[in-house]
Write a protein that binds this ligand. Sequence first.
Ligand code: PLP
Length: 368
Amino acid sequence: MKVPLLDLKAQYSTIRGEIAAAIERVLESQQFINGPEVKQLEEALAAYSGCTRAVGVSSGTDALLASLMALGIGDNDEVITVPYTFFATVGSIWRTGARPVFVDIEPETFNIDPRLIERAVTERTKALIPVHLFGQCAEMDPILSVASKHGLAVVEDAAQAIGATHKGRKAGAMGTLGCLSFFPSKNLGGLGDGGMVLANDEQLAEKVALIRQHGSKPKYYHRLVGANFRLDTLQAAALLVKLKYLDMWSAKRRGNARLYDRLFAGFEAVKCPVVREHNVSIYNQYVIRVGPRRNALLAHLKENGIGTEIYYPLCLHEQECFRSLGYKRGDFPHSELAADETLALPVYPELTPEQIEYVVATVKGFLS
Ligand SMILES: *Cc1c(COP(=O)(O)O)cnc(C)c1O
């Protein structure tokens, strides 16, 4: 049996006609830049996430960069985040000229450990970036309270968590700004790159919108130096179609996760993802912890036709490009252990129970 990590064709086949019609409308209008679909998607996602404004941008990476730029973060500033995340979280801090300062994760949820934040705060700290990894929100209440105590902005990296909730609040709408990604493998994936900045502050949202378009307002009069961070009309049109199905797809991922949890129950060699009772995860990834035999298991799954991936094999504090920060192996033990011991299993909405049973049987067969 073949079980890919993600099967985008299965999803596409259910919406082919709607996507074609949406694309056709944009083609007929020839309004590829700032077409009406961009504004429609912004309004739809602000309403969906429960925030007042949303600003479409060119990617999740650019959502992070534009957010930090809008907050005025740059040289001599520090921004606190985790070393166990996708590169873009830290790369965008670096690109502003600010220094990334890492704190370790909680081993159960893989998200930032709020108890470790305060000791990393200095007089240079300007912002915190909690990452809602694998589709589950970080512990926002203690994060927001440390931030407000020290006057820090909170930029949520919600690239993997659109629609996830924390105590009833939606990912990306709890902090100062929130960043979404429409990379095709995210729960709301476009036909290429795309992203969104969520905001509850009108002035900040306006500043992000200005930065998205070279700081230009009116046209050819530049108030600040921005960049081309626009979201294509074609992407917005396709995403508007997919947004209608997002909650259904995420619920199917949760159903798949529950089946895995049940089938692995009592099997000591596999630790299933832990979701806190006040959180609803969208399971962008279903990541298990298997210990030192992880790499051997990965090879075994591949041999048996099962798609799998390591998110992420090398923490950011150990990356060559960040060597000048002066961190070393051993600085963030929970992050390093997560990088060494975990593995993502297929959890996409269209998986069948038979496929999940096959994945579980293959994992158990190897680890028993
Ligand atoms: C995907 C992702 C990003 C970047 O999004 P892109 O749209 O690929 O630029 C940032 N942070 C995290 C945690 C991600 O998973």
